[in-house]
Structures are given as C-alpha cells and as structure tokens.
Design a protein around this ligand. Structure first.
Ligand SMILES: Nc1nc2c(c(=O)[nH]1)N[C@H]1C(S)=C(S)[C@@H](COP(=O)(O)O)O[C@H]1N2
Ligand SMILES: [Mo]
Length: 323
C-alpha cells in the first residue's frame, strides 16, 4: 500500500497536507507523476525550452540580475512542469496548450499605448524591452482554481511603463488587451467568448512596486505558453488578472470590464485579491494545490503580499475586493 504522502492530492484530507509533506515528498511525487524520468535531452525539446526555438534578438538581456527583495519560502516550480500546465484560453480551455501556443507569432510585436496620456504612441516590443532595465523576481502565483506555483520572472515594474506613458491626471485605470488574431490562436475562433482577453488595474495598483511587466522567465525570454513577448504579474491577485501577450495598454477614467467578469460577473470581479476567507462561488479558497507536488498548502491573505499591498484597499468600501 502506498503511504498517505504518495497519494495524489485529491485524496488527501485538508489536515493531512502540510508544507513539510510538500518538502519531503517532492521528489517522490515528481517521479510518480512521470516527471522524474525526463532526461536533459527530453527537456530541451519541450516547447519553448532550449534547442529548436528560433534565435531571440532579446536573448542577450537574460538572465537579468535578481532583485533579492523578492524572496520565496518555497521551491521554484520546475520549468518543465510549469511549461506544460498553462491557462491560455486563446489556445484552448484546458491546461495542455503549450504545443498549440507555439503558433503565436511574436515578431514583429507592436504595443500601442493610448487613451488619457500626453501623446499616444506605438512601440515595438524589441525597443520597449531595452528602454527599461530588467530584473529578476521570485513570485508566487495563485490561480483562482486553487492551484499555485512559484516562478522566477524577469521584467520591469509596471510603474516604469506608467512613467514612460506619461498619463494625464484624469487617468484612473489601466486597461490591458491581448492580441486577437484568430489565425494565430484557434481559441479566438470560439465566438461565444468575449475576445479579446482584457484586464485592468487602478493607477494606484499600477504604481505599486509589486506590479510587474514580465518579459522573461527561468532566465530567458518568455516562452510562448507563458504569454510572450510581454505579460503582467500581479502576485497578490488571482492569476487571471495577470494578462498574457499584451498588445494594447489604455489609460482611462472608466473601470475596465475584464474577460472573466464579462463571462461570469458573480464569480469573477475587478479586484480579485487573494483571500482564503472568501470562497469562490463554487469552491473554497482556503487551500491551494502546489503544482509540482500535488499537495495542498494554506492560502495566505493577498497571497502573502499584504505588507506591500494591503494599504491600497483600506479606504475602499462596498466593493467585492476578493472576487
Ligand atoms: N491572454 C490571456 N491571459 C491569461 C489567461 C488567458 O487565458 N489568456 N489566463 C490567466 C490565468 S487564469 C492564469 S492562472 C495565468 C496562467 O499563467 P501561466 O500559464 O503562465 O501559469 O494566466 C492568466 N493570463
Ligand atoms: Mo488562473
């Protein structure tokens, strides 16, 4: 009989899964999931990893210097696991989209910056990525579906992009939009979804140091399934706020309605701050399944980033801050 620790996560009662289990059983579980047997050669042929990928003109920027202010108490999710378990509905409404996502064409990639700014402009991603110094940060990522991972992202603070954009004083929100070319991503042909994927933050959230524009992961340019060439990381919010493959950034005085909010406004809102005490309409948010171990750990308020972000919300009344 297998020991309790070797059972898949969904058979483990809440009280039996502790962070210690996670630590001691990682290797065993990786093996039992079949990841342990991957050779270096096999890993290098995974989508977006190693050989086979076309030369990237921004490769010289990586690895970026790690900003040691952003530490983790957990192991980094192995790249070969993270690279094959993704949410990217443009390529399908399941997790195994990494192969499909390779049809994303990331060059040329222009980003338009418009709305309430001094002067709207369009900038090529390859220029933008050299305008602001890159750094690496270790971040937790908590999906609203109650799984989580930890990732070494590279990029620059969203605040630096705000400075570059020179917003007018009337700007209250930033609205982000993903590409919308059905030729590049078959999911975009599914007309019942409200494409393009849209997300938004307040100006105060955008200026918070944690808000991060991601251009790389695991010490190299961002793999396509992670949302190349540029995505957002808002680690104190549920993962759906961290919009991928951004094409358009609009400064506005109107609160943007996000993709998921349009689909199910009672289940997904504008704020979506992580809070283990506020359940999703259909499941608890108390715990999260760690992607690489399959075991559950307790979810933390603001995903453990309260010190940096709690103040942003202290004066906000009558809003669903945690949905
Ligand atoms: N454009 C776009 N961005 C997106 C999504 C998506 O489907 N499309 N999924 C979101 C969700 S629900 C999560 S959890 C994260 C997943 O990021 P990952 O695949 O790098 O883990 O991306 C977010 N950003
Ligand atoms: Mo998610």
């Amino acid at each position: 009989m297998v020991s309790i620790h070797q059972r898949p996560a969904w058979t483990i009662a809440e009280a039996q899964a502790t962070p210690e289990d996670v630590f001691f059983n990682r290797r065993t579980l990786l093996k039992s999931f079949g990841f342990g047997a991957l050779s270096a050669a096999a890993i290098s042929t995974l989508p977006g990893i190693g050989r086979g990928a076309e030369p990237d003109p921004t490769a010289d920027l990586y690895p970026a210097t790690r900003n040691t202010l952003y530490k983790l108490e957990r192991d980094i999710t192995p790249e070969e696991i993270n690279s094959r378990y993704n949410n990217f509905y443009e390529f399908g409404s399941h997790k195994e989209i990494s192969q499909e996502a390779q049809s994303l064409i990331v060059r040329p990639w222009d980003i338009s910056i418009d709305g309430l700014v001094e002067k709207p402009f369009t900038i090529a991603f390859d220029d933008l990525v050299r305008r602001i110094p890159l750094e690496e940060r270790l971040y937790r990522h908590r999906c609203v579906e109650a799984w989580s991972m930890t990732v070494p992202w590279s990029g620059f603070p969203l605040a630096a992009l705000v400075d570059l954009a020179k917003p007018l004083s009337g700007a209250k929100y930033i609205r982000f939009e993903t590409f919308n070319d059905p030729d590049m991503a078959s999911g975009l042909k599914q007309v019942w979804y409200p494409w393009p994927y849209v997300e938004g933050v307040t100006m105060a959230e955008a200026r918070n140091d944690l808000a991060f524009m991601v251009t790389g992961a695991y010490g190299k340019p961002l793999a396509k399934q992670f949302g190349a060439p540029i995505r957002l990381a808002l680690p104190w919010k549920y993962g759906f706020k961290s919009i991928k493959s951004i094409r358009k950034i609009t400064f506005t005085d109107e609160r943007p309605t996000s993709f998921w909010e349009q689909i199910a406004p009672n289940e997904y809102g504008f704020w979506a701050n992580v809070n283990p005490g506020v359940p999703h309409a259909r499941w608890s948010q108390k715990q999260e399944r760690v992607l690489e171990t399959g075991l559950y750990i307790q979810t933390r308020m603001f995903n453990g980033y309260g010190e940096q972000v709690a103040d942003l919300y202290k004066d906000i009344k009558d809003e669903r801050l945690y949905t």
